[in-house]
Design a protein around this ligand. Sequence first.
Ligand SMILES: [Zn+2]
Length: 425
Amino acid sequence: MVTVIQAYRFALDPNPRQRRALASHCGAARYTYNWSLQLVQARLNQRQTDPAVQIPWTLPALRREWNQAKHQVAPWWAENSKEAYASGLDGLARALKNWTDSRSGRLKGRPVGFPRRKRKGRCRDACRFTTGAIRVLEDRKHVQLPRIGVLKTHESTRKLARRLEQDTARILAATISRQADRWFVSFTVEVNRAIPADNRKTSVVGVDAGIRQLAVLSSGVVAPNPYALQRSLRKLRRLNRELHRRQPHSRRRNQTRRRLARVHARAANLRHDALNKLTTTLATQFGTIVVEQLDLAGLVRNRCLARALSDAGLAELRRQLTYKTTWYGSRLIVADRFYPSSKTCSACGWVKTKLTLAERTFACEACGLRLDRDLNAARNLAKLAQDVAQSGWETQNACGADRKTQSAGQVAMKREPSSLQPQRA
Ligand SMILES: [Zn+2]
């Protein structure tokens, strides 16, 4: 048994009163985020003249300030759960921590900027509950949240309810969020999973993830790309034009805006669905899966490829494979970024010096093999598994696909940003 952190997300069917309560809680979280950001900025300015000024940089410090000020700045605070305000303060504490960590080099990746104000209608509407009555009701059709009360779910909560009944799961937090005009609740759950050491499958599959197809497997099977966003592009273009023509702040503009959001949401759902089905099939049907590491940040910078690539969600494919291979006892190998999977002949090993993106067929000049470019790449990746098997698995597992590591993801269990104070510039 291994403990993993997992999310269970359900669409909600709130009544009009509950809709208002959900929106109010998200608004409260946004309000405290902006309020505390303003406070921090004001204090930072004060400190330029007076070095003794204390700056609330952590959640406990921010919470103290909020509790003192809330009667003055937000006399309506009792309308929402205190968790809503804590959610906003927590958001800022994390943002501040990311900023300091990024500046001191402790956080890798692109530099993180100083937190900015959240704007209604622009920022994500979400609010997180970590304490209080958070429950999945026994009828499997309702959930309970602090202050908001019992909400009907759009879909059955069976999968989570079963785990709770069997005592193999524990709810740590619940997050409400809005996507287009639909509300969701996502439970952060600590799950005891029976993780098999091995799925007793010896089959190896190479996966060439791409744009034209979602993926081409070395077995010759093609998982077609839903072209989710592209199919909706015409619709999106039309709605965007329509939005542009509408009077600002008019009722019809709002209508168009909502319709546009729904088209975007549908595209995201289609993409999500196709990816999840593919990765589950791969992780359960094969013993070893070999994928290529893509320089995604570099590729997205290429303007011609950016939209199609983001659409296919290649990074998401890799993320899902990482945790699903852990769950189902299969093995994931990530080929080095510079492994020439496309340029090598999968039959004889001859390496072509130059292969343009336009060449869809691989033609070997040594043995005369002619093969679909993606299929050739997938076969090369599958072959890589044999080489790796001979040299020992450990070397490859270092690539971040070790299945002994918990796939806890980015979910933090407690609100404890570090107690670091900002460095004076
Ligand atoms: Zn050849």
